[in-house]
Structures are given as C-alpha cells and as structure tokens.
Design a protein around this ligand. Structure first.
Ligand code: NAD
Length: 249
C-alpha cells in the first residue's frame, strides 16, 4: 500500500475507521469519507499521530454529486485513486410485515445505491487515467443468510454481492479488480445498536459463531487489506467472509 491513494467511505467509526487506519499504517495516503465530520476528524487525527497520511472529506454516499466530489478531492490532493472501499452502511430492525417505505428506501439508498455511486464514480476516474485500481465493497454474511427483522438490510447486501460480480466482469478489461468483504458480527456501534434492541442477541451470536465472539474491526480491516493489494492479484468478483465460521454452520 506504500504511496497508494485510498478512499474509504463510512470511515468515521467501526469497520471503515479500522480499514482507514490499517491502510495508512501500511503506507497509503487515505481519504476518510463520512457524514460525521467530528468522528471522521478523530480518525484522521489517529492516523497522523501514528505517522500516517490522511484527510477527512464530508460525504453522504447517497448523493452522487458528493461522491463525485470525494473522488475529485482524492485525485486533486494526492494525484491518484488506487483503492476505493465502499463501506458506508446502515442497519434496521423491523419485522417484514411492519417494514415501511421510508426505512426500506433509506437502507437501500445507503447500502446499495451508495456502493453503486462510489464504485461508478471511482471506476470512471480510474479508467480515464489508466489506473489498475482495486475496489472493495462491504457486503455481509447477511448477503447469503437471513437473520430476521432485517429484510431491507439482507436484500441490500445480497444485491451488493451481485453488483460486485457485475462490476468485476465489466471492469476487468480495464485492469480494475472488484471484490467484497462479507463480515459476520463485528463489535462496532452498528452491531451494539442491534444488540441493544435484542438483549438475547449476544447469546445467539455465541451459539451461531464457531469462534464464539464478534470480530474486532481490525480483523475485518485485514481482509480488506488483502483485497486492496497484489496479494489478491487473481481475485475478482469474490466476496470473502471474515465471519468466525458463521457460514460454515
Ligand atoms: P458503524 O455504524 O460503526 O459505521 C458506519 C459509518 O458509516 C458511520 O460512521 C456512519 O456515519 C457512516 N455512514 C452511514 N451512512 C452514511 C452515508 N449515507 N454516507 C456516508 N457515510 C455514512 O457501522 P459498521 O459496523 O462499521 O459497518 C460498516 C459496514 O460493515 C456497513 O456496510 C455494514 O453493513 C457492514 N457490516 C457490519 C457488520 C457488523 O457486525 N458491524 C457485519 C457485516 C457487515
């Protein structure tokens, strides 16, 4: 990652922050994008304190104009666009019969359309500049299994897997690789908010996760790093699942 320019969305906390910090520690110049400037600035502060290079850019991934401006910012600031992680995501907890339009639309707008905007605005610039970039989308084990009360979330993540494969096939002629990470349960704010609404959820998680614990965000960042570097040179169109064994059960 030395000298590479990496954009990470949803980088103000959780998995995105861990990816941004790990990429910077590996020598990348990181543009951390999020809707939360205070938390985003704190992540960039930690990157700089550790001797890395990074900056925060405010961006709502549901807004194409803001995503386009984010990519332009990275290129203007650092001169390239080598790795892009479309990681921003939100969750909900609503039984299917009660799921309303607003919740469904919001979850799909962030988790799916945000990945589309991020990938397309990034890839157009990579193609224009002849950059053999790497795009890493954040899916979930929920792309293939269906925890209840998460219809919009599950559907959005299943669609991210299909979008990842389609992008991989169409961008391969340009030398761009597109893969996804599909984490199991990760100890982030998103995960904790889901746990709060369901006190027995942690017991169920332990029962359903062979490793018996949620992941630390840094463990997910390691998978993203693999997909962002030439260590994964023959991978494209894949989702790899750092899930503590969840999908093996
Ligand atoms: P988190 O809530 O800790 O962090 C998500 C970040 O995304 C926040 O900083 C938030 O401000 C940002 N964000 C939300 N909407 C945005 C938007 N429209 N534009 C830009 N930024 C936005 O969540 P997390 O657990 O770190 O999740 C990150 C990704 O990992 C998500 O795509 C999530 O679905 C996925 N994931 C999480 C888990 C888990 O257990 N935590 C498991 C599988 C997949």
């Amino acid at each position: 990652m030395q000298g590479k320019v990496a954009v990470v969305t949803g980088a103000a906390r959780g998995i995105g922050a861990a990816i941004a910090e790990r990429f910077a520690a590996e020598g990348a110049r990181v543009v951390a994008a999020d809707m939360d400037p205070m938390a985003g600035d704190a992540v960039v502060g930690r990157i700089k304190q550790a001797g890395g290079e990074g900056r925060f850019v405010a961006c709502d991934v549901t807004r194409r104009d803001q995503v386009a401006a984010l990519m332009d910012h990275a290129i203007a600031a650092y001169g390239s666009l080598d790795v892009v992680c479309a990681n921003a995501g939100i969750i909900h907890n609503t039984p299917f019969l009660e799921l309303d339009d607003e919740t469904f639309d919001r979850v799909v707008a962030v988790n799916l359309k945000g990945v589309f905007y991020t990938g397309q605005e990034a890839a157009r610039r990579m193609v224009e500049r002849g950059i053999a970039g790497k795009i890493v989308n954040t899916a979930s084990v929920n792309a293939v299994i269906v925890p209840q009360g998460l219809a919009a979330y599950n559907a959005s993540k299943g669609a991210v897997n299909q979008l990842t494969k389609t992008m991989a096939v169409e961008l391969a002629p340009h030398g761009i690789r597109v893969n996804a990470i599909g984490p199991g349960s990760v100890a982030t704010d998103l995960f904790r908010s889901a746990m709060l609404t369901d006190p027995e959820a942690m017991d169920r998680l332990r029962a359903r996760t062979p490793l018996g614990r949620p992941a630390d965000p840094a463990e997910i960042a390691g998978a993203a790093l693999f997909l962002a570097t030439d260590d994964s040179a023959y991978f494209t169109g894949q989702t790899i699942y750092p899930d503590g064994g969840r999908l093996a059960l």
